[in-house]
Design a protein around this ligand. Structure first.
Ligand code: ADP
Ligand code: MG
Length: 384
C-alpha cells in the first residue's frame, strides 16, 4: 500500500473526531450508520455529512450500502492515519519515507523523528481471510467480528511489540522497539541486508553456528521464533552480525507443537546454508536435548514474562489459529486451485463479505510543513 505522505496536516479537529467516531462505531457495527457517527462525534448531523464526505474522498472511510441502511466503515488508510497520528502526537515519529517491505501481512516503511533519525514503521495487515472458518475466533470475537481485520492486525502488532520488548531487554539481537499504536510498531532501523540477499560470506560455518546458537538461546528462554528464515534474519552491513525480526508467530516451547516449530526453524537454516553457501554440518540443535540442558541456559522464561505483560494466552491462541489458517490457505493455493474455487463458492453462498479487504489509499504526513501540523487534539487510541 502506498502511503501518500501529504494529508495528515489537512485533517481538521472535527474531521479527526468523525474519523475516531467511525472507528469506535466499528466495534459493534460492520457498517457504522451515519446517525451513530453523528452521535459519537457529538457534531450536528448536517456537519457530519459534509465532513464524512471529505474523509471518504481521501479514502480514510468508505461508504457502504447495506440492505438496511447506508453507513461507513474505516479503511486501512483511515486506520493507518489514526495510528500514525497517535505516534506523531507522542513525538515518536515525525515524517514518512520510502516503503522498504511489502509482505502479505504487513507493510514496512522508513520513517523519521523530528531530528531526522531514521526508524522503521511496520503496519500489520491481517484480515484477508474469513473468520467464519475459525472456531476460536468466532467464539472470541463475538460482535467484534465485524471489525476483525482491525482487531487481528492490532493483535499482531501488540504481540510483536510484547516479544520485541522482552527479547531486547534480555539482550537478544533484535531491533530496539520504539513505540506501538493500534496495528503499527515503530522500531530501530537496522542498516542491513536480509540474509536472503547475501550471495557469499567469508565464513558460512561461523554464521551457521551463530544462528543455531540463537535458536537454542530462544528455546532455553522458553521461545521458538516460528519463522526463522533468510527473510527474517538481517545481516548488519558493517559487522556482519545477524539481527532477528518478525515476531507475530512466536510460540512458547510449551506449545503442543513446539518440537515441530523448533525443527522447522532449524531446517530452514540448514536448507538455506546448503543451497546458498554449499555448507552442511552434522551439528544442529535437537529440541529435547536443548530443553533438557536448560539448567545451563537462561534462568528466565520469556514466554511466561510475555503472558504476564498483558498479552493474554487467549489473545495468543486466537492469533495463532488465525496465522495457521493463513499458512494453510497459502499451501492449499499452491497445491490445488480447484479446492480454492470451491471454498470461494462456499463463501459467497453465505452472502457475507468479511473477506473483503479494506480499500487502499491511506495518507499520512511527511512532516514537511512544520507550521501547519495539526498533530494535536485528544488521542483516544480507541481499541476494538
Ligand atoms: P513481514 O511480516 O511482512 O515479513 P518483516 O518484519 O519480516 O515483515 O519485515 C519485512 C521486511 O522489511 C524485512 O524483510 C526487512 O527487509 C525489512 N525490515 C523490517 N524491519 C526492519 C528493521 N528494523 N530494519 C531494517 N529493515 C527492516
Ligand atoms: Mg518477515
Amino acid at each position: 500500500m502506498k502511503l501518500d505522505a501529504t494529508d495528515l496536516r489537512y485533517v481538521t479537529s472535527d474531521e479527526f473526531r468523525v474519523l475516531t467516531a467511525v472507528e469506535m462505531g466499528s466495534k459493534n457495527h460492520e457498517v457504522v450508520p451515519t446517525s451513530l457517527i453523528a452521535q459519537i462525534s457529538g457534531l450536528r448531523n448536517g456537519g457530519v455529512n459534509k465532513i464524512i464526505g471529505s474523509l471518504a474522498k481521501r479514502n480514510l472511510v468508505a461508504k457502504v450500502q447495506n440492505s438496511k441502511y447506508d453507513g461507513y466503515r474505516l479503511t486501512y488508510g483511515g486506520y493507518d492515519f489514526l495510528a500514525m497520528r497517535a505516534l506523531s502526537k507522542r513525538e515518536s515519529m515525525y515524517s514518512v519515507g520510502n516503503q522498504i517491505g511489502v509482505g502479505k501481512e504487513s507493510d514496512v516503511h522508513i520513517v523519521a523523528d523530528s531530528e531526522g533519525k531514521e526508524m522503521v514503521l511496520k503496519l500489520h495487515r491481517l484480515g484477508r481471510i474469513s473468520f467464519r472458518t475459525i472456531k476460536q475466533n468466532r467464539d472470541y470475537l463475538g460482535k467484534r467480528k465485524s471489525a476483525s481485520w482491525m482487531y487481528m492486525s492490532r493483535l499482531a502488532a501488540q504481540k510483536e511489540w510484547a516479544f520485541m520488548k522482552i527479547l531486547h531487554e534480555h539482550g537478544f539481537p533484535v531491533p530496539t522497539p520504539v513505540d506501538q499504536a493500534r496495528h503499527c510498531i515503530l522500531m530501530e532501523f537496522i542498516d542491513a541486508y536480509p540474509l536472503r540477499q547475501i550471495a557469499d560470506i567469508p565464513s558460512p560455518g561461523k554464521l551457521y553456528s551463530t544462528l543455531m546458537d540463537l535458536i537454542v538461546r530462544f528455546a532455553r528462554a522458553g521461545l521458538i521464533h516460528g519463522d526463522f528464515n533468510e527473510f527474517n534474519i538481517l545481516i548488519r552491513r558493517e559487522s556482519g552480525e545477524p539481527v532477528v525480526i518478525d515476531f507475530p508467530q512466536m510460540v512458547s516451547t510449551s506449545h503442543e507443537n513446539a518440537e515441530w516449530y523448533f525443527n522447522r526453524d532449524v531446517e530452514c537454516i540448514k536448507t538455506f546454508f546448503r543451497r546458498r553457501f554449499r555448507y552442511e554440518s552434522a551439528l544442529y540443535p535437537k529440541f529435547k536435548r536443548t530443553l533438557a540442558n536448560e539448567e545451563g541456559g537462561e534462568d528466565f522464561k520469556l514466554d511466561v514474562v510475555v503472558a504476564a505483560s498483558g498479552f493474554s494466552r487467549k489473545d495468543m491462541k486466537v492469533l495463532e489459529e488465525y496465522m495457521d489458517e493463513i499458512k494453510e490457505g497459502e499451501s492449499e493455493q499452491l497445491e490445488d486451485s480447484d479446492e480454492d474455487e470451491e471454498e470461494e463458492e462456499e463463501e459467497s453462498d453465505e452472502g457475507e463479505n468479511e473477506n473483503e479487504f479494506p480499500p487502499q489509499g491511506g495518507k499520512i504526513d511527511t512532516g514537511e510543513n512544520e507550521n501547519e501540523s495539526p498533530l494535536q487534539g485528544g488521542e483516544t487510541d480507541a481499541g476494538i
